[in-house]
Design a binder for this molecule. Structure first.
Ligand SMILES: C[S@@+](CC[C@H](N)C(=O)[O-])C[C@H]1O[C@@H](n2cnc3c(N)ncnc32)[C@H](O)[C@@H]1O
Length: 258
């Protein structure tokens, strides 16, 4: 089967910004008995919790993204290879991108990893109401752990998402240590889990990071290592990098495996 890797031109990127987003068009269908069986605290968690750009409403048979999430799903999924055959979300949060991918007819596997037990618990509950549950998995793993165990999950994925998380991989966070504060090691590991395209949308300037990674950077004295040129140079050892126009305040990079 031929796979295409869309690489939009300047005009198409600009035109896209002015398109209205239809939340219903990027809803995840294929659920049964969802709204009635989810406890109120779970419904509240998925519809109103951090991160606020990853919230949605569970209806009886579908998840409907709130506007900020709908904008991101519509804007980022248009870079998925066609057809989408497998997807890995490297920080799946409440799982929306994973369910959305698994709703694509030819997507045989969709895996979400994260380190938030609360999120993974909610993803598991949603999965138990999802018709394509056998295609979907959510697991508590770090990137180095997944890299070691990638064959257990069917081998490297065609498509991967790394969204708003790179700074935690680099500097570490309350839930996991840094991946050596080493850009090259992070991209080496990313290449072991993705054989096609990574869609990369992250904060790449130290000054743009939240207070926790900034304070880790200053404690370790490694803040000067965190800048787009260093990150791109490391990515280019393993991926062909297409840098798109800034979108939602941050660059979007398409990383195609070499
Ligand atoms: C800002 S949220 C982004 C979630 C999702 N990718 C999105 O864009 O909607 C950051 C995510 O990174 C996860 N995380 C935090 N520290 C991490 C670490 N050290 N390694 C990997 N993931 C981490 C959090 O659990 C959270 O789901």
């Amino acid at each position: 089967m031929n796979t295409t890797f869309p690489r939009p031109g300047l005009w198409s990127q600009l035109a896209w910004r002015f398109k209205p987003v239809d939340c219903g068009a990027v809803a995840c269908t294929g659920f049964t008995g969802l709204a009635a069986s989810l406890p109120a605290d779970v419904r509240e968690f998925v519809s109103d919790s951090y991160p606020r750009n990853h919230t949605f409403t569970p209806l009886v048979d579908r998840l409907v993204p709130k506007r900020k999430l709908a904008v991101r799903v519509a804007g980022l999924s248009r870079y998925y290879p066609r057809p989408l055959s497998s997807l890995l979300d490297l920080s799946c949060s409440k799982g929306y991108f994973v369910f959305h991918a698994a709703s694509h007819p030819l997507c045989e596997r969709a895996l979400g990893i994260d380190l938030s037990d609360e999120c993974l618990d909610v993803c598991g509950r949603l999965k138990s109401h999802f018709a394509n549950a056998r295609r979907v998995d959510f697991v508590r793993l770090t990137l180095p752990e997944l890299s070691q165990r990638i064959d257990e999950f069917g081998g490297p994925f065609q498509t991967a998402l790394l969204l708003n998380t790179y700074q935690y991989l680099f500097f570490g966070s309350t839930v996991a240590p840094a991946v050596g504060q080493d850009h090259r090691e992070i991209f080496r590991l990313l290449r072991t889990v993705c054989s096609g395209r990574i869609i990369f949308h992250n904060r790449l300037q130290l000054a743009d990071l939240q207070s926790d990674p900034q304070s880790r950077a200053s404690q370790a004295g490694t803040g000067a290592l965190y800048h787009p040129q260093a990150i791109r140079a490391a990515a280019e050892e393993f991926f062909r990098v297409t840098e798109l126009r800034r979108w939602l305040g941050r660059p979007v990079w398409l990383l195609d495996a070499m």
